[in-house]
Design a protein around this ligand. Sequence first.
Ligand code: ATP
Length: 193
Amino acid sequence: MRFRRLRLSGFKSFVEPAELRIEPGLTGVVGPNGCGKSNLLEAIRWVMGESSPKSMRGGGMEDVIFAGTAQRPPRDFAEVVLVAETAAREELEVVRRIERGAGSAYRVNGRDVRAKDVALVFADAATGAHSPALVSQGRIAAVIAAKPAERRMMLEEAAGIAGLHVRRKDAEQKLRATEANLARLEDLMAGLD
Ligand code: ATP
């Protein structure tokens, strides 16, 4: 999967709609302190389903919405659109929007989906909100200091098998529900004898 474009509106310091083209190859973001470099990386993580406000440097998820300045009123919503090209060369458009008091909503190619569906789309393409391909400040030191279990997670994401864990959890839940149904059926059958 290749990321092509990133559109932000009301996200952190990007109060006005902004669109960036992401060219093939390695992308670095440079600029003066506080200009919003880390916010851009966070926008990519966020649209891919980041669920921890702490890793977005906020106390709650609504903190990603433009909070206002002395000159500008705060916004009611934040929206990030990521346009990517899949391995099959199809265009993929993922939208995440958060409104004050209403939480996050996701769309993939115009269709409303759950956060879990978005996570799977990216996990299957060996990327995601925690992808080691997104190198933020301090990340290199974190990789060096990572515990073996954390390193294993990084390797699994890079190998594209992280999505299998999500599916295994789903399958285990279904299996438990089916076992419970079977036990109930046996009870009922015993009652009929
Ligand atoms: P540095 O080089 O110092 O790490 P940076 O270029 O990575 O900086 P960011 O940390 O991405 O900059 O951006 C910080 C700016 O974003 C600050 O000016 C901060 O006030 C602003 N900001 C963060 N969240 C919001 C928000 N919800 N509303 C408005 N502005 C915000």
